[in-house]
Design a protein around this ligand. Structure first.
Ligand SMILES: O=C(O)CCC(=O)C(=O)O
Ligand SMILES: [Fe+2]
Length: 360
């Protein structure tokens, strides 16, 4: 890969302008969007490179201006989604003491159950009004584990390690892993498009995402008491995601909101047949903020239970998050200190769970 000179440990070499898309660095827009674009990604599979390029341009607009978009034609079967949501409902309906046997604080790698108010995504808040169940990489039953990652205990970073599973819930693990692997497949389709969007070769992220153990969460938000919203209670507090991008399936309840640069909250309404994609901090750091990691939150005012499934795609944990060449401009000092992807994610997770860790 011809980028190595620009990513040497001594820092980026701004004399090199190897990519035609260098002007991307001029794309540092203010994200004053009012809408979240919907993008049909059928052309991701086109053998016509022009068609893929056009799709990548659409994705670039969304990444540079909004940091959020909906994908249509995402390839995840309705039946896979339905089974995963049914599994989530079964799990969250278990007695609290049974769920607490899988308490996330009992693991060192953030796998398992988070109780209501157990997370504080906006660290200035009082705890989030949702409960969750987290897993990382694991082969599907019957699938050969190609040593990709965490479950094998391979030393791939601070988040490696086995998943924990509830006992006695028929079909739970299979349904969750079926969704997980379907999301992984979609993530693998998107990485080359993001590379193209950054005017990099389509395989640019291949050697940086060999072992990225994507984290998947099942989330349950009880309906909120409207008066408590005024007192600062919230389903998930304002935050940015930590990885490169998140694939988020949400049910019909609504309540996801995205903050634009003027501080206005834009509703990311549920659109049937779509999955929401939002960029996270790893991409913001990697692109020196050309790609936006946009703050968002959830307030479930629907009066109904709300379920969602985010899957967070990061780079391999040893990858250093330093700006890639097409996102640098001479004379501009990069915004962020260089850290490894794994250390970054771990530090953000520790902060998120810190307020509940000592009470367990
Ligand atoms: O539940 C949602 O719609 C959003 C969840 C979210 O933002 C997150 O888990 O990072
Ligand atoms: Fe998020």
């Amino acid at each position: 890969m011809s980028t190595s000179t620009s990513e040497s440990p001594s820092g980026p070499n701004l004399d090199v302008t190897p990519y035609p898309g260098f002007l991307l660095a001029a794309a540092r827009t203010e994200s004053t969007f009012d809408e979240i674009p919907v993008i049909d990604i059928s052309d991701a599979f086109s053998t016509d490179s022009e068609a893929r390029r056009k799709l990548a341009d659409e994705i670039r607009d969304a990444c540079v201006n909004v940091g959020f978009f909906y994908v249509k034609s995402h390839g995840t079967k309705e039946s896979t989604i339905e089974k995963a949501i049914a599994a989530a409902k079964d799990f969250f309906a278990l007695p609290e003491e049974v769920k607490m046997e899988l308490d996330i604080h009992k693991t060192s790698n953030f796998k398992g159950y988070t109780a209501l108010l157990g997370e504080n995504t906006d660290v200035t808040g009082n705890g989030d009004l949702h409960e969750g169940f987290d897993i990382g990489w694991e082969a599907e039953p019957g699938q050969l584990d190609l040593g990709q990652a965490a479950a094998s205990g391979a030393e791939i970073g601070p988040m490696s390690g086995e998943n924990v599973w509830p006992e006695g819930l028929d079909g739970f693990k299979d349904a969750v892993l079926e969704y997980y692997h379907s999301a992984l497949a979609l993530g693998r389709v998107l990485f080359p498009l993001f590379a193209l969007a950054l005017d990099m070769p389509e395989d640019r992220f291949d050697d940086k995402t060999k072992q990225s153990a994507a984290i998947m969460r099942l989330l349950h938000y009880p309906p909120q008491n409207p008066t408590k919203v005024d007192q600062g209670q919230i389903g998930i507090g304002e935050h940015t995601d930590y990885e490169c991008f998140t694939l988020l399936w949400q049910d019909k309840a609504g309540g996801l909101q995205v903050k634009n640069a003027s501080g206005k909250w834009i509703d990311a309404i549920p659109i049937p047949g779509t999955i929401v994609v939002n960029l996270g901090d790893q991409f913001a750091r990697w692109t020196d903020d050309v790609f936006k990691s946009t703050p968002h939150r959830v307030i479930n005012r629907s009066g109904a239970e709300r379920y969602s499934i985010p899957v967070f795609f990061g780079t391999d944990y040893d990858v250093l998050l330093q700006p890639i060449p097409t996102c640098l401009s001479p004379g501009r000092t990069p915004q962020y200190e260089v850290v490894s992807a794994g250390d970054y994610v771990k530090s953000r997770l520790e902060a998120t769970y810190a307020h509940s860790a000592t009470t367990k």
